[in-house]
Design a protein around this ligand. Structure first.
Ligand SMILES: Cc1ncc(C[n+]2csc(CCOP(=O)(O)OP(=O)(O)O)c2C)c(N)n1
Ligand SMILES: [Mg+2]
Length: 558
């Protein structure tokens, strides 16, 4: 009988620590655990085997953490990953930071040698609880089986609480094997967040009504699965044009005629024409982990911060007033106060066409420019298709040029901005949404940081296209080096034959050499199903021409 079924809230039986742990996970609705066990986890693995929870093996713990974090990002429920002690646990650290900075709920479970006796001295012992402290919301060791139900429930509560993030639990092997009795599980309950207070709503409403040139900005927290629908309503009811941060893209379905662009750069881009002219910016769900979408200065616009949490005060972000509370319902209350009463709501809208036109310029040229690649991919991805980006130069181009109409259809990391997460995050999306098109877009540098997960993707029978943008270099750093007038040095490498590499994993591989072939090859890759690697050479001369030369000529509005 399955553990979850065997162990109910009221039952009082003698049970092993690991059984209790897995029952507590099932009690939280956990369906999958990602990771690589070690010998210290074997009791837990046996308990998982007897449960309804699926163990998803990866080929590196980092990828397991990226997948679990992405599960949290996409579902709003914590993703769970598991590793052994010391070396395995340390491999989770980048994933922990990814979830912490990206506000993705995640539970990390690591093993440890027995703590009641020490039969292997210090072999493999690293203080993982301490190592995880700065990378998590909470990091704890479990020292008795009877505490498991409480600690697991508390871990999930903390991981989910705004601002969401990772929690680490260390389960030593002797505690996992320990027998305990009579420990009921703690039943999770729904917890509504408080709404914004009426004084703050009235103040914000007055500022919006009085504004001459208002603008909305949707930030990272606007993409939380719980926020997205009410948010769109706010934009549609106020009719104020909006721009997004990189991680706030896609949060206003149906509001595209009010979309002014995405701030992929902090200043000087075309979208900043609107930002510079605004006298009031209402930021919704802005999280200052993101590279600043605009830089506040002494003489800049008034800023209203609407968020789950108060704004951090930064050199570049210090809002003048705040509306703090559950985002969706609080925005509804704000819209109730101002709908139809904002005389200048659309003052900045006339700039829209010019901004979007210049951003889309040259996107059908017969070269593998970033603009062309973004354009072609957009054409073959349906509105609910999901692109998951790794980190490299192309991220700026996708953030700037790729239009999204549905939240979380462009998964990018503008928080830790780590290389190596593109493939695992795409794999997670493909697992969750088997009927949607999912594509990972990676540089030739970042892809190789977790390329071993192709085996996992093939084993899991995922339908996934992985597009590799080949420039034989750590292109983004090479570009910065050139912009800063350093000589070209130390940034190039050789690549494996990616087609053969794909085939070695029993995936398919295609090299595209002719730009006209990109769309048909991608279409065919999706139609074929399975895991398909496609490579294209990318022409990064546009970085200099557009992002440096062209934008330098666009002087900011004073
Ligand atoms: C784990 C990690 N290491 C290093 C960096 C710094 N970094 C940012 S982008 C980049 C180059 C990415 O190269 P590639 O994946 O080939 O993409 P490209 O820019 O060439 O398109 C580097 C080294 C990082 N963000 N993350
Ligand atoms: Mg590269």
């Amino acid at each position: 009988m399955q553990i979850a079924a065997r162990f109910t809230y009221s039952e009082m039986t003698v049970i092993k620590g690991s059984d209790l742990f897995v029952a507590a996970l099932a009690n939280e609705g956990v369906e999958r655990i990602f990771g690589i066990p070690g010998e210290e986890n074997l009791d837990l693995v046996e308990s998982i085997r007897q449960s309804s929870i699926q163990l998803v093996l990866t080929r590196h713990e980092q990828a397991a953490a990226f997948m679990a974090a992405t599960y949290g990002r996409l579902t709003g429920k914590p993703g769970v990953c598991i590793t052994t002690l010391g070396p395995g646990a340390l491999n989770l650290t980048t994933g922990a930071a990814y979830a912490l900075l990206g506000a993705m709920p995640m539970i990390m479970i690591t093993g440890q040698k027995g703590i009641l006796s020490s039969r292997q001295a210090r072999f493999q012992i690293v203080d993982i609880v301490a190592a995880m402290k700065p990378l998590t919301k909470v990091s704890r060791q479990i020292v008795s089986a009877t505490m498991i139900p409480t600690l697991v429930r508390e871990a999930f509560r903390v991981a989910l609480e705004e601002r969401p993030g990772p929690v680490h639990l260390e389960l030593p092997e002797d505690i996992a094997a320990e027998k305990s009795e009579s420990v009921p599980l703690v039943r999770p309950h729904t917890a509504e967040l408080p709404l914004a207070g009426s004084a703050s709503l009235d103040r914000a409403a007055q500022m919006i009504v009085d504004a001459k040139r208002p603008l909305l900005m949707l930030g990272a927290a606007a993409s939380r699965p719980r926020s997205t629908s009410d948010l769109a309503q706010f934009v549609l009811r106020t009719r104020i044009p909006y721009f997004t941060t990189q991680m706030g893209k896609g949060t206003v379905p149906g509001g595209t005629e009010l979309y002014m662009g995405t701030a992929a750069l902090s200043e000087r881009d075309y979208v900043h024409e609107a930002i510079e002219r605004a006298d009031l910016i209402v930021t919704i769900g802005h999280d200052t982990v993101e590279k600043p979408p605009f830089i506040m200065g002494a003489n800049g616009p008034q800023v209203i911060h609407v968020g789950y949490q108060p704004a951090n005060v930064e050199q570049v972000y210090f809002p003048h007033t705040e509306v703090i509370g559950d985002l969706g319902p609080s925005l509804k209350l704000l819209a109730d106060r101002i709908e139809g009463r904002i005389p200048n709501a659309q003052a900045l809208l006339p700039l829209r066409e010019g901004i979007l036109k210049r951003i889309a310029a040259r996107n059908t040229e017969d070269r593998f420019t970033p603009q062309r690649i973004v354009h072609d991919i957009r054409e073959i991805m349906p509105p609910d298709g999901i692109l998951a980006l790794d980190n490299g130069m192309y991220k700026i181009w996708f953030a700037r040029n790729y239009r999204t109409r549905i939240a979380n259809t462009l998964l990018l990391d503008n928080a830790l901005a780590t290389m190596g997460a593109g493939l695992p995050s795409a794999m997670m999306a493909a697992m969750l949404y088997p009927n949607r098109r999912v594509m990972a877009v990676c540089g030739d540098g970042g892809f190789m940081m977790n390329s071993q997960e192709l085996e996992t993707a093939v084993r899991l029978k995922l339908n996934l296209v992985v597009l590799i943008l080949v420039d034989g270099a750590y292109g983004m750093i090479r570009w910065k080096q050139a912009v800063d007038k350093f000589p070209d040095f130390g940034m190039t490498f050789a690549n494996p034959d990616f087609v053969k590499y794909a085939e070695a994993y029993s995936a398919r591989g295609t090299r595209v050499d002719d730009v006209a072939q990109l769309k048909p090859v991608l279409e065919r890759a999706f139609a074929d199903g399975g895991v398909h690697l496609v490579t294209v050479p990318i022409d990064y001369s546009e970085n200099e021409r557009v992002l440096v030369e062209e934008l330098r000529q666009r002087l900011p509005v004073i």
